[in-house]
Design a binder for this molecule. Structure first.
Ligand code: CO
Ligand code: ZN
Length: 331
């Protein structure tokens, strides 16, 4: 599974530019699915049919990652940019970004009036090593994402875009290992989550599921002087109760907890004070969908170096398998 994780995280895919990630995932899921389609937003939807006795379950993980988009090019070829998703200027300076055509840039900063304050995005620029504007092969409207290699330190893994390629990896691995399920399971790889859950909104409407589960990252409280939060790396899949976009359906939350306990899997309860996932859009689709979220505890979310624990990933696959292999009764 680590090879899959490496391939997924190292692939280019800022919001709106998910084609390469989608192609990679499609190659993995097509041989394992009864039906695969791409909807008009670009969501990849793979169906594994059940035996007819179960429910329609939608699993969602987003393919897109945060990035930058060029807004202006000056005469010398320096690029000004805006954010694609939740970018923090503090972590940008000195970062490298990659454009779709392979051009790499370094993020620099103007001379600052108050160097002690975190600069706003408009004080930053991308330097692609240009000698003039005329020779540039990137321009206004082109998007770039961070470049960083995947690092494997045993249990602790570091990469860009674990948000949410780790969710994509967990869905793919669940599809690989799921033997028999009574349920029609829709493995949905969504687009444009980071800019407003847009792919989840249309795909949930299209699939019209009985139950929804999003798989995404969440932040942690286990680093020096962190904001207090009862989620730590390695303590198991985090079962979401609340974030800033949703309250988990109690029946789905209990189903996840009961499944983890039945299988003897570690788990932790998550309350995320800022941020949300595709689960938010799924829950309020059509007349409403009972929805829960499995979160992977991740440090340094939305930086070029997100870190998580591999055991949490493996246990999340087991949790999903356990959930999908049994009848689903929502209390
Ligand atoms: Co995110
Ligand atoms: Zn995410």
């Amino acid at each position: 599974m680590k090879k899959l994780i490496r391939n997924l995280t190292e692939t280019y895919g800022p919001s709106g530019n998910e084609a390469r990630v989608r192609q990679l995932i499609e190659e993995e899921v097509r041989p394992l699915s009864d039906q695969v389609r791409v909807d008009s937003m670009g969501n990849l939807i793979a169906l594994k049919e059940g035996d007819g006795s179960g429910r329609k379950v939608m699993l969602a993980a987003h393919m897109d990652e945060i990035g930058v988009i060029v807004t202006h090019v000056d005469e010398k070829g320096f690029l000004r940019f805006g954010a694609v998703g939740g970018l923090r200027p503090l972590v940008l300076i000195g970062s490298r970004v990659l454009f779709a055509n392979g051009v790499t840039g370094t993020i620099g900063v103007e001379k600052l009036d108050s160097p002690d304050k975190v600069p706003s995005l408009d004080k930053l620029y991308i330097d692609v090593g240009a000698v003039s504007k005329d020779t540039l092969s990137v321009g206004v409207g082109d998007a770039a994402c961070f470049v960083r290699p995947f690092v494997d330190q045993g249990n602790r893994l570091t990469a860009k875009a674990f948000d949410d390629r780790i969710g994509c990896a967990i869905l793919i691995q669940s599809l690989r290992t799921l033997a028999d399920s009574p349920h029609d399971v829709y493995f949905v790889f969504t687009v444009q989550e980071e800019v407003g859950l847009r792919g989840a909104r249309t795909s949930a409407y299209g699939v019209d599921p009985d139950v929804g589960i999003a798989v995404d990252v969440t932040t942690t409280g286990d680093t020096p002087e962190a904001h207090p939060m009862a989620v730590s790396l390695g303590n198991g899949p985090a079962i979401k109760v609340k974030d800033s976009g949703m309250l988990t359906h109690p029946g789905v939350k209990n189903l996840l907890i009961d499944t983890a306990e039945r299988l003897g899997l570690p788990y932790q309860i998550e309350v995320l004070e800022r941020g949300t996932t595709d689960g938010d859009a799924m829950q309020v689709s059509r007349a409403g969908v009972p929805t829960g979220v499995i979160s992977i505890a991740t440090r340094y979310v939305h930086t070029p170096s997100e870190m998580l624990d591999y055991n949490d990933v493996l246990n999340s696959v087991k949790l999903l398998e356990g959930l999908l292999s049994n009848p689903i009764e929502l209390a």
